[in-house]
Every structure is written in structure tokens, then in C-alpha cells.
Design a protein around this ligand. Structure first.
Ligand code: NAP
Ligand code: F7E
Length: 332
């Protein structure tokens, strides 16, 4: 089948990954359907440019109201849209917040995935299902780097919920023969990252301090290490997974780790400021528990699906700070 005959459904289309994935699929000629929640504010900033484009909106891109807690609506949407590919990305995605709101986090990341797997299983046509798993399932990882076979030892409510959903996806693949892939993605960032994730928070503060709009950046643990990649590369990996003949699980990562301190240092270097003067510590941003060193081995997806990430850590930091500077003053 040609890509231009394909229909995809994305949950979480308004999020960082959903918006990039939507653009990728539209560029391939897909008809893209997205599930959006009802909010008091109609502006959906990450996909607003697509919604305002008359050649795209309601021609190639269609939005449907739905919520992960509302299984009758989800079932109706899937039944009406009849997607060939279902990318399930929606849910509360902040690990730190999952300690504050564990029940809704587990409902969204765990139970909602089960509901959607059931919906996919009951469709008359085959549905290829992508589940947005996470490196957080490895938590206190028993080995470095982690692979698809590393045991699951999550250290946060978010990680527990993703581990539950990851195992369920495997069970549905093995017991019901459903085509379902777990993308075990390590942190991936972009100018569209939510403002309360550490990379965006740092990039935004560096730009605002440089333009005299702020005078400090308050952070938690500077020594935390993460394997940070580019979101645009990671949505390409999601698509590649569903193009393969057989469903499987794949780690998607750069294989490199950097500390929060290194990210701060690189971001402030872009605006040529000494970060030590502006960065303060507030223990309320520390987490009750942090995963051990999470670093992924992406050999399987590189070898099987020829996935290749573009760009380095320095380029990512640069891109994020430049985007913040441009948002303050588009002439730059
Ligand atoms: P994000 O920017 O936080 O986007 C989350 C999306 O889920 C938004 O579209 C949000 O809608 C939607 N959503 C949340 N709760 C919902 C609900 N109850 N009903 C319907 N929609 C709901 O997350 P992301 O960074 O794009 O990540 C996408 C997925 O990958 C998430 O499942 C995340 O846990 C997982 N993941 C992300 C990373 C990463 O580094 N980014 C790594 C591994 C796994 P609103 O716009 O209305 O809030
Ligand atoms: O934290 C430390 C914090 O919130 C990264 C999600 O996409 O990736 C993401 O989860 C590190 C942590 O991302 C602040 O303690 C210090 O060690 O940007 P983050 P995360 O928790 O790694 C995984 C793979 C996902 O699946 C998730 O959906 O940075 N840190 N100071 C801070 N973090 C935040 N947010 N804010 C701070 O002030």
C-alpha cells in the first residue's frame, strides 16, 4: 500500500511528539486523525499552524474530541476512523509530577493503554499499534547500557505505569497476535518540549536572562544524568517500527549521557553568560527517587530498521536556546 492511502490515528497529537509525528505523516501523504481533549482554551499551540492551513485541516488532518478516561468515545473514534496505524502517545508525561498525582498518571499511562489495546483487538481490520513506552521502565537499571531485554525496575509511579503498559503490550502481541510495538524511548527534546521539563526550562531561562527578562534559574538536582536525543528523530523511529513486517520492541536512544549541569553549561554558553551567577537550587524540584544511570543501547533499531539520529548534544542545546531567543524577538 502507498503511504498516501494510509490512515493514522494519534492520541496525544497536541503534545511534543504528537505534533512532530503528525507533520511527518502528513508529509508522507497520510490522512491523519488526532484525539484532542476539550480544554477551556481552544489554542493548541503545537499544531495551530496545521489547523489554520486550509489545505491541510479537514482535508488531510482531522481532529476528534476524546479523553483517555472515556473508553466509549475512544471506541467510537477508532471504529469511525478505521486507522491502519494507531500511535498511542497521550498521557501525563512528567515523572516528577507523577509522585504528586500518581493515580491519574497510572490511569492514563497504564489503564488507558489497556483500554486502547482492547479497542484495537476488537477492530474488524488489522490495526498496527504503537505504544509510547519509556526508559523510565528500567529505573534502577541492572545493567548499563539498557537493551530491550533489560529487566524492568521502575522507580516512579510514572515508570511503574509505563512498565505495566509495556508488559501488557507484549501480552497482547503474544497472546492475541495483535501487531503492537513498544518504543522504549529515552529522553528526547525540542523547542516544543513542555516548559516544566528540565531542558526547555534551562533553554528558556538562558534566553530570558540574556534578554534581561529574568534574573535566575531555579533547578533541582544538577548531577542527574540523561540520554538526551532530538524529538524529530524519535518520531521517525516510531513510524519505522510500524513499517516493519513484524511487531517488536525497540530501544531508541543516543547511547550518550550528559548531566543537567552540562546542559546548563552548554545553554548559557550559547548566550555567553556565566551560569554559576544565575542558577539556584530549590529542593522542591528534587525527586524522592531518581533512576540510576539510564543510557540506551539502540543497536537493534539501527540494525533492523536502519534508524539514524541526526545531530549532537551541543546542536540540540543550541537549537533549543536559539528557538527561545527567536520567540522573544523574531528578528534574531
Ligand atoms: P507531552 O508533550 O506531555 O504530550 C502529552 C499528550 O497527551 C498531549 O497531547 C496531551 O494533551 C495528551 N493527554 C494527556 N492526558 C490526556 C488525556 N487524559 N486524554 C487525552 N489526551 C491526553 O508528551 P510527549 O513528550 O509528546 O510524549 C509523548 C508520549 O511519549 C507520552 O506518553 C510520554 O509519556 C512518552 N515518552 C516521552 C518521552 C520524552 O522524552 N518526550 C520519552 C519516553 C516516553 P494536552 O495537549 O491537552 O495536554
Ligand atoms: O527531568 C532533573 C530531574 O523532567 C530530567 C519525560 O519525557 O523523559 C522525561 O522524564 C532530569 C531529572 O525528564 C529540574 O530530577 C533537575 O533527573 O526533564 P525531566 P525525565 O524525568 O527524565 C522520560 C524518558 C519520560 O518518559 C518522561 O515522559 O532533570 N531536574 N532540576 C529537573 N527536572 C525538572 N523537570 N525540573 C527541574 O527544575
Amino acid at each position: 500500500m502507498k503511504d498516501s492511502d494510509k490512515i493514522a490515528l494519534i492520541t496525544g497529537i497536541t503534545g511534543q511528539d504528537g505534533s512532530y509525528l503528525c507533520e511527518l505523516l502528513l508529509a508522507k501523504g497520510y490522512k491523519v486523525h488526532g484525539v484532542v481533549r476539550r480544554t477551556s482554551n481552544m489554542l493548541r499551540s503545537r499544531i495551530e499552524h496545521l489547523r489554520r492551513n486550509e489545505e491541510i485541516y479537514d482535508q488531510q488532518l482531522f481532529l476528534h474530541y476524546g479523553d483517555l478516561s472515556d473508553s466509549t468515545t475512544l471506541r467510537r473514534i477508532v471504529g469511525d476512523v478505521r486507522p491502519m496505524e494507531l500511535y498511542h502517545l497521550a498521557g501525563q508525561s512528567h515523572v516528577g509530577l507523577s509522585f504528586e498525582i500518581p493515580e491519574s498518571t497510572c490511569e492514563e499511562a497504564g489503564m488507558a493503554t489497556l483500554r486502547l489495546l482492547e479497542v484495537a483487538r476488537s477492530q474488524p481490520q488489522p490495526v498496527k499499534f504503537y505504544h509510547a513506552s519509556s526508559s523510565e521502565i528500567f529505573g534502577n537499571a541492572s545493567e548499563i547500557p539498557q537493551t530491550e531485554n533489560t529487566p524492568l525496575r521502575p522507580t516512579s509511579p510514572y515508570g511503574c505505569a509505563k512498565a505495566f503498559a509495556t508488559q501488557l503490550a507484549r501480552v497482547y502481541r503474544e497472546s492475541h497476535g495483535l501487531y503492537v510495538c513498544n518504543g522504549i524511548l529515552y529522553n528526547h527534546e525540542s523547542p516544543r518540549r513542555g516548559e516544566n521539563f528540565v531542558t526547555r526550562k534551562i533553554a528558556r531561562a538562558a534566553a530570558r536572562i540574556a534578554r534581561n527578562l529574568d534574573n535566575e534559574l531555579v533547578l533541582g538536582n544538577l548531577e542527574s544524568q540523561r540520554d538526551w536525543g532530538r524529538a524529530q528523530d524519535y518520531v521517525q523511529a516510531m513510524w519505522l517500527m510500524l513499517q516493519h513486517e513484524t511487531a517488536d520492541d525497540y530501544v531508541v536512544a543516543t547511547g550518550e549521557t550528559h548531566s543537567v549541569r552540562e546542559f546548563v553549561d552548554a545553554a548559557f554558553a550559547v548566550v555567553d553568560l556565566p551560569w554559576e551567577k544565575y542558577v539556584k537550587h530549590d529542593p522542591s524540584f528534587d525527586r524522592p527517587t531518581e533512576p540510576a544511570r539510564l543510557v540506551g543501547c539502540a543497536d537493534k533499531i539501527r540494525e533492523t530498521l536502519s534508524w539514524k539520529p541526526a545531530g549532537s548534544f551541543r546542536q540540540l542545546v543550541h537549537e533549543m536556546v536559539e528557538a527561545e531567543l527567536a520567540a522573544i524577538d523574531p528578528r534574531f
